[in-house]
Design a protein around this ligand. Structure first.
Ligand SMILES: Cc1cc2nc3c(=O)[nH]c(=O)nc-3n(C[C@H](O)[C@H](O)[C@H](O)COP(=O)(O)OP(=O)(O)OC[C@H]3O[C@@H](n4cnc5c(N)ncnc54)[C@H](O)[C@@H]3O)c2cc1C
Length: 359
């Protein structure tokens, strides 16, 4: 029997596995995707996130795979600079690079890929694998993402609602654009509100761009095929500053992705019996906060500390929730404020607002 079963090998599952490894606690991770299926785009990591990562990853390895941003520049949609702010230790890295680095430290026998874990319909509180066998563990750490099936099964009264904002994200290869961005995080805003375009350099030849849009104003087809996302982008950004419209027109759309954003109307408890939730499975955060990854890392760190120091898991879970929930509630509140700002016309928005939620 494995003492601790971890469900999901995203950032939270892999980071807690790294911490458990460090504390020599026995665990096994179950992940439904294939080992090399590393989709996703990129994350902004404020200093706190880098500090937590540096405890489990060699900083020089981390820094080789991403980029530090020096300045945030806020533009109007026609290219006028509205505000600028120096950034201290804000790091950007692709999701695939970070997952790859975190997975590197996990011994192969402690992780099973292509293994979907489901709640057992008959025996409440038990989890089972695809072959029908139960997972027999003292503690289950659930890190299966924002739409966690296990969470929905345990907390059946929860309500998830769609957020009035969606994102289209893309990663492109282009040395010239990467060089022209220097280390700036550039974000363009439509004067009527509800539409932005952000650009960041991931490496010397890789750029991440994303568009945030009010999904009531800018309706998108249900199919969200590459072609429909491309024409959506062409249409809404055709008259923007040439920096934006040329990137939108000149991009390869092979990696494009539409994020539909959801949030929990009310947070659930972070644990029930022998099951504890971390990362998006415990608390989906809207992208405006830029805190999804840092919060996942912090959950992993705090929970592992208590699992290692407390005599029983229920004390560890209680202390973990008491420490983490108040901070998450702040990020949820900040996220709603940032969303509210985003939906307003530009002249009613607070100036110099950073697209990151700080406690
Ligand atoms: C494919 C993907 C791409 C993403 N891309 C971005 C991005 O570009 N930018 C950004 O800011 N955020 C992105 N995110 C969200 C971001 O990763 C999270 O907000 C944050 O890192 C917290 O991660 P998490 O580990 O809690 O959840 P997630 O990253 O969602 O990871 C959950 C993991 O659990 C696995 N899983 C789900 N159900 C089961 C099951 N029943 N059994 C076993 N395994 C299961 C999933 O395959 C996944 O690997 C992405 C998430 C995913 C899943």
């Amino acid at each position: 029997m494995n003492k601790i079963a971890v469900v999901g090998a995203g950032i939270s599952g892999l980071s807690i596995a790294n911490y458990l490894e460090k504390h020599q606690l026995d665990y096994h991770i179950y992940e439904r995707r294939k080992k090399d299926d590393l989709t996703g785009h990129g994350f902004l990591l404020p200093k706190e996130g880098i500090d937590y990562l540096s405890q489990i990853i060699e900083p020089s390895v981390l820094f080789k795979h991403g980029n530090f941003l020096k300045k945030y520049i806020r533009y109007s949609h026609n290219g006028k600079i509205l505000a600028q702010k120096d950034l201290n230790d804000v790091f950007v890295i692709s999701r695939s690079a970070l997952i790859h680095i975190l997975a590197h430290n996990i011994p192969a026998e402690k992780i099973s890929y292509e293994e979907t874990v489901m709640p057992c319909p008959i025996q409440k509180g038990k989890l089972r694998k695809q072959d029908g066998t139960y997972i027999d563990s003292d503690v289950t750490i659930v890190s299966d993402g924002s739409k966690s099936r296990i969470r929905r099964e345990i907390f059946q009264e929860e309500t998830m609602k769609t957020v009035q904002e969606n994102e289209i994200v893309n990663i492109i290869k282009c040395k010239d654009i990467a060089a022209s961005l220097e280390d700036n995080f550039m974000k363009y805003h439509h004067e009527d509100g509800g539409l932005t375009f952000g650009i960041l350099k991931l490496s010397e030849d890789t750029v991440l761009w994303y568009c945030q849009f009010d999904n009531k104003k800018y309706k998108i087809s249900e199919t969200s095929s590459v072609e429909s996302l491309k024409s959506h982008m062409f249409e809404i950004f055709k008259d923007w500053d040439p920096m934006v419209s040329s990137i939108v027109k000149g991009s390869n759309y092979e990696n494009v992705h539409l994020w539909r954003v959801y949030e929990l109307e009310k947070l659930n408890p972070f644990y029930k019996d022998n099951t504890v939730f971390i990362g998006d499975a415990a608390h989906p955060l809207i992208p405006f906060t830029s805190q999804g990854v840092t919060s996942a890392l912090k959950d992993s760190f705090v929970l592992t500390q208590y699992l290692a120091s407390e005599k029983n898991s229920s004390d560890a879970f209680r202390k973990y929730e008491a420490e983490r929930k108040p901070e998450i509630e702040i990020h949820i509140r900040n996220g709603r404020i940032l969303l509210d700002q985003f939906l307003k016309p530009l002249d009613q928005q607070t100036e110099n607002i950073l697209p990151i939620s700080y406690k």
